[in-house]
Design a protein around this ligand. Structure first.
Ligand code: MN
Length: 431
């Protein structure tokens, strides 16, 4: 039996922090009340918010130079589910897990589904992997997968994606995320238009295999591993392909997959306007696809993204339901601590955006009062909603202070004993 944090221990730890929280919560309630905001409604919104965990994020990622594994890392998909369960147990904001095949391949989908259910987890979009060669596969992806010139390579990549759909279907998932590393490293290496034509041909075959209630998410990325011309490099290409494929194809925005200083919130607004915003891979970035913890570098950008999402939800109502997922790589922190912190940061940005005085904003926009319009957003962004987030966790049975409780529980020490290092451990990765 693997170690799990005892709910009684959570209750004891919370009891020690509750009085302080109650006092902070009441003070914030007063501040918000003067602005006409009901703190109870906001707490309810925070409790209803969810962002999915990447199964590959609970192991140490590493860079292309080296990986420095941590202690007690998950050895297989069941260990990963245990760690994801612990993150959800303490934060109450991560009920979904996004799997990655073949890393998380299992022959017993029922057992995996059962393990997830025991933790109160379900499976979010599954991810295919044709950016590296799996052991024993017939053809290499060195020169591309869905866009490869060799039709047998393309057929193999298409078959893998269809296999992912079947696996995901057995697990109760409702979506497939496709990111490919295909592209060219040199001018002239590839016919740019031809590569995209082959991509669309391959994707049409994958699209045809989608169950009726599934979506396929096209994830674009500016560069790497193709350093000259990536086939699906930007949201424009992603949008064009999603449009060509049909209503079940949507675009996925990974915050790190853009050039520095790109106005990502505007991309979000555009994709939402035209009904093609499928979902997100949240993370943060300073230079490139850094896969840093969400909100650790540019929390204002994250807030502005959620401000656009708030606007889209207001316009489109229940029909607007993009998939929220984290996609991070942890090199120097305990992945569980990073993922808990990031999930809360995404929830924080969502809640800050909910605080925007939309009437005032609209008024200032109509009057071309740029300064006050910007200040209206800043007022929401500067509001410290920590007490609401903590109260939401507390009321949902989570931890008032997830990282402190996690450390006090010595969870990682237990896992170090339970999970001795084995050769050929399952991969974690960065997409
Ligand atoms: Mn990603």
């Amino acid at each position: 039996m693997s170690y799990r944090i005892d709910p009684q221990f959570i209750a004891e730890q919370n009891a020690r922090a509750h009085q302080q929280l109650q006092s902070d919560y009441e003070a914030l309630a007063g501040v918000l009340s003067r602005r006409g905001c009901d703190i109870e409604a906001l707490t309810g919104q925070a409790q209803a918010f969810a962002v999915a965990l990447p199964s590959w994020g609970v192991g140490t990622g590493g860079t292309r130079f080296a990986r420095f594994p941590g202690q007690g890392e998950p050895r297989n998909v069941f260990d990963k589910i245990d760690d994801c369960g612990t993150i959800h147990q303490l934060t109450r904001v991560t009920p979904g897990v996004s799997l990655h095949f073949p890393w998380d391949r299992t022959t017993d989908a029922r057992a995996l589904r059962e393990a997830a259910t025991q933790h109160g987890l379900h499976f979010d979009a599954v991810n295919s992997n044709t950016f590296q060669d799996a052991a024993g596969q017939a053809h290499s992806y060195k020169f591309g997968s869905l866009t490869a010139l060799d039709p047998e390579v393309r057929a193999q990549a298409v078959a893998h994606n269809i296999d992912c759909i079947e696996l995901g279907h057995a697990l109760g998932s409702k979506g497939l995320t496709v990111w490919i590393g295909d592209g060219a490293n040199f001018p002239g290496q590839s016919n740019l238009r031809g590569a995209l034509e082959r991509y669309l041909e391959s994707m049409r075959a994958i699209y045809a295999a989608l169950p009726a209630d599934w979506l396929v998410y096209i994830e674009h990325k500016l560069f790497e591993p193709a350093f000259y011309a990536t086939t699906i490099a930007d949201w424009g290409t992603s949008f064009a392909c999603a449009t060509e494929l049909g209503p079940k194809a949507k675009c996925l925005v990974d915050l790190g997959h853009h050039a520095p200083n790109t106005n990502i919130e505007m991309i979000v607004a555009r994709l939402a306007q035209f009904g093609k915003l499928g979902g997100f891979h949240f993370n943060d970035s300073k230079y490139g696809d850094d896969d840093l913890d969400s909100g650790s570098i540019n929390p204002f950008q994250l807030f502005l993204v959620f401000n656009e999402l708030r606007d889209a939800a207001q316009r489109d109502g229940q029909a607007f339901r993009p998939a929220y997922m984290l996609d991070q790589s942890h090199n120097v922190t305990d992945p569980i601590e990073s993922l808990m912190t990031s999930a809360v940061e995404v929830q924080r940005a969502y809640l800050q955006a909910a605080l925007v005085d939309t009437q005032a904003l609209s008024h200032h926009q109509k009057n071309n009062d740029a300064l006050m319009a910007a200040q209206t957003l800043k007022q929401a962004f500067r509001t410290d909603v920590s007490a609401i987030l903590a109260m939401a966790r507390y009321r949902s049975g989570g931890a008032i202070d997830p990282v402190a409780l996690y450390r006090a529980s010595a969870y990682r020490d237990h896992k170090r004993e339970e999970r001795p290092v084995v050769a050929g451990r399952s991969s974690s990765g960065i997409v």
